[in-house]
Design a protein around this ligand. Structure first.
Ligand code: ADP
Length: 488
């Protein structure tokens, strides 16, 4: 198959969360399986420049008030062909989606340019020795690229390109929908007819994700449980009626993890390697993190770790509210994360916890891959009390690193953590229920240091190669669906 992944994040070029990890790992896994794969993502200010070279091709689109020209760069390495879209709207900004003042006001224009560039790259840039054929599969992700079906229909198909190309839209986090004031539609240089319920309009607003939910040939989301949850009024973020309507084309596929980057036997960030068969190095990792953070190096004290965005979605409030109780139960707590401008108050509350319990609590505010790896390796228990969680990656990293996860049974957490076997889960989104699950974990820690559960979690395979056949099936269904549509 020929697959063009168009995404606002592809690691290591850009990443703010799971999206960047997933597009990178999926493209590599598809490439390993023998498919011809291109990714197209922006070259942001934060993108490392090593290995990028000018392809000599550009993408042009009239957006906002003038014609924009983006250079198409390619990354020279083995594996999938990575195309990076170079334009000052991406490169000359401090952040990916926003800065300390909030989201950028022209994100709809920036990502329209990305989508136009994605289509142009698919026509022009070789994958291996030659360019892709007439009908690659376009795989788009979240609201930023969800309107690509419109650009196919409006700009490319009338010229005879990509007539048979289907679009697959993956929903990583439908809480973010690119729902914007109607007047922003005018910046997209599309005929007015696209501002309709069948296109980009939803209750009078410009609605970028909603457009893809209606117009993509197949939809996927990142876990089977979440696929069902979004069809309910409680879990559908206001789009549940549309998800119900497309249930036949909606598949939940649990994300894999990058088992090379997240491998406790060879992780360069750790003080000692360890494995399911020989877990002794984990104690060295725990002592190393305690030393680095200036916490007492107490071996027998349970260390509870947390890594992730500081955000109501992640249940950060439940975690913060439970810290005094955890301290009272004898635990050390280490939290790594950073918040969007809107949730800065949660960062302050975490810092207050650190001040209140200097021997027990550390709040590392910021984004730091190295510390993330070191926390997973050091922690005995990993806390992830998300209110909703499309998939979640950290619970899988923690199982691989022998940190027994305590999770809320929602979305991908429900699909990846087996209560009482590889971790502990709770259902009600309350501190009482969360502490009940933590209590069970602490009890087990006191009994056997969580050795048996740790071994169970570490033996699970969360790699991507097993996931590829599921995406292949969705791609095949998308090709078939498009063909059926054209026959009709
Ligand atoms: P989401 O995509 O909702 O943010 P996921 O659990 O799917 O959550 O993925 C988050 C990814 O980002 C993981 O790889 C996680 O380790 C990483 N991450 C999140 N916050 C931080 C941080 N502050 N420092 C380092 N890594 C982080």
């Amino acid at each position: 198959m020929e697959v063009v992944i168009v995404s606002s994040e592809v690691a290591p070029f850009s990443k703010t969360g799971g999206l960047g990890d997933v597009t990178a790992a999926l493209s590599s896994a598809l490439h390993r399986a023998g498919h011809r794969v291109m990714t197209v993502s922006p070259r942001y200010g934060v993108t490392p420049l090593d290995g990028l070279k000018d392809s000599g091709h550009v993408a042009r689109a009239y957006l906002g008030t003038s014609e924009q020209t983006a250079k198409l760069l390619v990354h020279t390495a083995k594996g999938p062909t990575h195309v990076l879209v170079e334009h000052p709207m991406f490169a000359d900004r401090a952040g990916i989606y926003g800065d300390q003042n909030g989201s950028f006001g022209d994100n709809h224009i920036r990502f329209a340019l990305l989508q136009r560039a994605g289509l142009e790259a698919a026509r022009r840039i070789p994958v291996g020795r030659k360019t892709l054929g007439e009908s690659p599969i376009f795989h788009v992700h979240d609201w930023q690229t969800a309107s690509l079906p419109v650009y196919l229909d409006q700009v490319y198909r009338p010229l005879g390109f990509f007539r048979d190309s289907p679009v697959v839209l993956t929903l990583h986090n439908p809480a973010h929908q690119g729902r914007l004031p109607a007047k922003m539609f005018d910046d997209l240089d599309l005929p007015q007819r696209w501002f309709s319920p069948h296109g980009l309009e939803w209750h009078g607003d410009l609605a970028l994700l909603k457009c893809g939910v209606l117009r993509a040939d197949q939809l996927t989301t990142v876990s089977p449980t979440f696929a069902w949850e979004i069809t309910t009024a409680a879990g559908g973020f206001g789009l549940d009626v549309l998800f119900r309507g497309r249930f036949a084309e909606l598949t939940g596929i649990l994300n894999g993890i990058d088992t090379t980057e997240w491998d406790p036997t060879s992780d360069p960030h750790l003080d000692a390697p360890f494995s399911a068969g020989d877990p002794t190095g984990k104690a060295t990792c725990k002592a190393g993190l305690q030393a680095e953070l200036g916490l007492p190096m107490e071996k027998s004290r349970p260390l509870v770790g947390s890594v992730g965005r500081i955000d109501p979605q992640k249940g950060t409030e439940l975690l913060i509210d439970s810290i005094p109780w955890l301290v009272d139960q004898g635990a050390q707590v280490v939290v790594l994360g950073s918040a969007h401008a809107a949730h800065q108050k949660l960062e302050w509350r975490l810092r207050e916890m650190e001040d209140a319990y200097p021997d027990r609590v550390r709040a590392w505010i910021g984004f730091d891959e190295r510390i993330a790896h070191r926390i997973e390796a050091a922690a005995d228990i990993f806390a992830m009390p998300s209110l909703f969680e499309p998939c979640g990656l950290n619970q899988m990293y923690s199982m691989r690193y022998g940190a027994v996860p305590v999770v809320r049974a929602t979305g991908g957490l429900a699909d990846s953590v087996q209560d009482g076997v590889t971790g502990f889960s709770f259902v009600e989104p309350t501190g009482f229920a969360f502490r009940g699950a933590l209590h069970r974990a602490l009890k087990q820690f006191a009994a056997d240091g969580l050795a048996a559960m740790r071994a169970e979690g570490m033996s699970r395979d969360f790699g991507w190669d097993a996931v590829v056949p599921e995406y292949e099936a969705v791609y095949a269904a998308a090709v078939e669906g498009r063909a059926r549509l054209l026959r009709a």
